[in-house]
Write a protein that binds this ligand. Structure first.
Ligand code: 0RA
Length: 625
């Protein structure tokens, strides 16, 4: 893909940066940890754009000791020539004006990443200091900024034969709730970027903690699916193909494993489209069609057509498209909307995969065997479900008998508490606001769905109860419109068993109803860990908080709650259930690939992987997915 020549004249100046500091979340999503990391991604995405154009081979990101970050690339360097109208160097326009830059001029930039595509000027506006160094035209140029404003003029500071850009910024603590970067989050993202840009090298270094890692994947998506399937038993060698038109590139990698999960990861211009979109739906349609056609032509369709769920069981796949003008939709702007892409991906995958199957019958047969077993299990599951439905027929309206439902039927306002233990559930029933809060007790640990086949999982009583209460159904029948509660809140004891039950439930939601997590319907309750008595009762939610508290109140009158059951109904209401005073945590998926790997690792068969993961993460109090 060729970009036309770029000069200062093609920069379009839109507006100043004042608004960015007033409403930062509009530009980077949040001013928390996620927003902070977007600053780095925004700069790196610009370097990746240089790589997509074939001008850049290496990007280095350094977390410096003083809290700043340096992103260095060997691209062409940001242009420095004076703009004919604005009379300032192009780089200064790009860094001090919103949307100024070649990225928004379609001619010079065909493809562009950047989650919000907001440009480095946003990073500049939200940094208390930024220094840019450019190697270009034989010179080294340098310029300094603060909070989006120019501090020094662009100066030549030396000579060089190289080209490239070095940007260092100090995130502004007045804007962000935290200015500490998380090495693990960055590591995951950069690994992903190199998988999606074969041949690109990314180096990440943390100076203070003396950590350094280098990513380079010459094998691209083939290496990506292998990485995802690392702790899974695989069925065949990865399948890979690329299809191109003038404007669009499609890369697909496929590898089945022996698990029951379906893992399709979509990327658009290297952005992980967590909510899917037209590229993913085009792929699904084609996959179902090609496998059915192949199986039929070989006389292997004995029980009728294979369903979409059947052909996706145990599938790991990456669908990566590069397109000139992506339209992102959905709640987190991670769903591809371009309607023309569905048909393009559908027909490209249909032809490429049919061809592959004809040429590689042994792999095709292994896949048909795997998905036929899924179909057999689905038929058995259908029978099991009917049994459960009949069992439940005696309870009200087909809902589980154990469910204490709420009276309001508008799902936006209502909440389902899934409560560990019958006695805690009893207290919760007394405590709740009957109008909007429903209680579903769990007897104990639910089945580990990561390790059981879907037939068994769906016929387990506790899981069937949850599915019925929630209302949406699972798999292909999943229908978000049938969701019966706006919030589903997992409430367990704050101990090891409670943590385990929480993880089992999250695994269930992640594998069977991932939409509920993606759309922000799943929460965990945060019951207090301690009660501190000093004239009145105070509730404390973490050990850290307790330390601060006892120091401040100079008290040691402290009760540790061992479980939810130790609170009476008014305490439980006040601390954990009253929407005005409680704390709950929304579960979200930061990175779908990493979330899948973590669930496979924590809940699957790879004992060594799990041990390594746990010892690496022992310092993290909680698992954030
Ligand atoms: C606009 C135009 C050109 C390159 C860049 C921006 C550019 C931006 C960044 C940000 C970080 N690294 C970067 N590298 C390049 C094209 C320049 C040309 O045509 O020579």
């Amino acid at each position: 893909m060729k970009a036309s020549t770029y000069g200062a004249e093609s920069i379009k100046v839109l507006e100043g940066l004042e608004g960015i500091r007033k409403r930062p979340s509009m530009y980077i999503g949040s001013t928390g940890k996620t927003g902070l990391h977007h600053l780095i991604y925004e700069v790196v995405d610009n370097s990746v754009d240089e790589a997509l154009g074939g001008y850049c081979k290496k990007i280095k990101i350094t977390l410096n000791r003083d809290g700043s970050v340096t992103i260095e690339d060997d691209g062409r360097g940001i242009p420095v020539d004076k703009h004919p109208v604005y009379k300032v160097p192009a780089v200064e326009l790009a860094l001090t004006k919103l949307h100024a830059g070649g990225k928004f001029d379609k001619k010079s930039y065909m493809i562009s990443g950047g989650l919000h595509g907001v440009g480095i000027s946003v990073v500049n506006a939200l940094s208390k200091k930024m220094v840019v160094e450019i190697k270009r035209d034989g010179n080294i140029y340098s310029q300094e900024y603060s909070k989006g404003k120019t501090k020094t003029k662009l100066k030549v500071t030396g000579k060089t034969k190289d080209t490239g850009t070095i940007i260092t910024f100090w995130p502004d603590a007045e804007i962000f709730s935290t200015v500490e970067f998380d090495y693990k989050i960055l590591e995951t993202r950069f690994r992903e970027i190199t998988f999606l840009n074969p041949g690109l090298k990314i180096i990440l270094e943390d100076e203070a903690n003396k950590k350094k890692i280098e990513f380079f994947a010459s094998g691209g998506l083939i290496e990506f699916v292998k990485w995802i399937n690392k702790s899974k038993e695989i069925v065949h060698k990865p399948i890979y193909f690329r299809r191109e038109t003038n404007e669009t590139i499609l890369d697909v990698a496929i590898q089945y494993n022996k698990s029951y999960q379906d893992n399709i990861f979509g990327f658009v211009n290297t952005i992980n489209t967590i909510e899917g979109g037209t590229h993913v739906s085009g792929f699904k349609t084609a996959l179902t069609r090609v496998i059915n056609d192949y199986a039929r032509s070989k006389g292997q369709l004995k029980n009728g057509n294979l369903s979409g769920d059947d052909v996706r069981e145990g599938l790991t796949s990456i669908i990566s498209v590069k397109i000139p003008e992506p339209q992102f939709e959905g709640q987190t702007k991670t769903k591809l909307g371009n309607s023309e892409i569905k048909g393009f991906v559908d027909s490209a995958v249909t032809s490429a995969l049919s061809e592959f199957f004809e040429e590689n019958p042994s792999i095709a047969n292994k896949i048909v065997t795997k998905v036929s077993e899924a179909a057999k299990a689905r038929l058995a599951a259908k029978k099991a479900k009917e049994l459960i439905r009949r069992k439940n027929a005696f309870s009200l309206g087909g809902l589980p008998g154990k469910l204490a439902d709420c009276s309001n039927k508008k799902s936006e306002n209502t909440e389902l508490y899934i409560v560990e233990g019958l006695s805690a559930a009893g207290t919760a029933k007394d405590a709740r606001n009957k109008e909007i809060q429903a209680i579903l007790p769990l007897k104990g640990k639910i089945l580990n769905v990561e390790k059981s086949n879907p037939v068994r999982a769906l016929s387990s009583e506790e899981i069937a109860n949850m599915i019925t209460a929630i209302g949406t159904g699972v798999g292909e029948q999943f229908d978000l419109n049938k969701l019966r509660y706006g919030k589903i809140i997992i409430m367990t004891d704050a101990d090891v068993d409670g943590e385990h039950i929480k993880t089992l439930l999250l695994t269930f939601f992640f594998r069977f109803m991932p939409e509920l997590i993606k759309k922000g319907h799943i929460y965990v309750a945060l019951p207090p860990l301690y009660r501190v008595r000093k004239k009145k009762d105070y509730y404390v939610y973490s050990d850290n908080e307790l330390k601060k508290f006892t120091e401040r109140l100079s008290t040691t009158n402290v009760t540790r709650f061992k479980g939810l059951g130790e609170m009476d109904s008014s305490q439980l209401w006040e601390t954990t259930m009253n929407p005005k005073t409680r704390k709950i945590k929304k579960i979200y998926i930061e990175d779908a690939v990493e979330a899948d790997r973590i669930f496979s690792m924590l809940m699957g068969d790879d004992v060594q992987g799990r041990k390594d993961f746990i010892s690496e993460n022992a310092h993290n109090a909680e698992l954030d997915v």
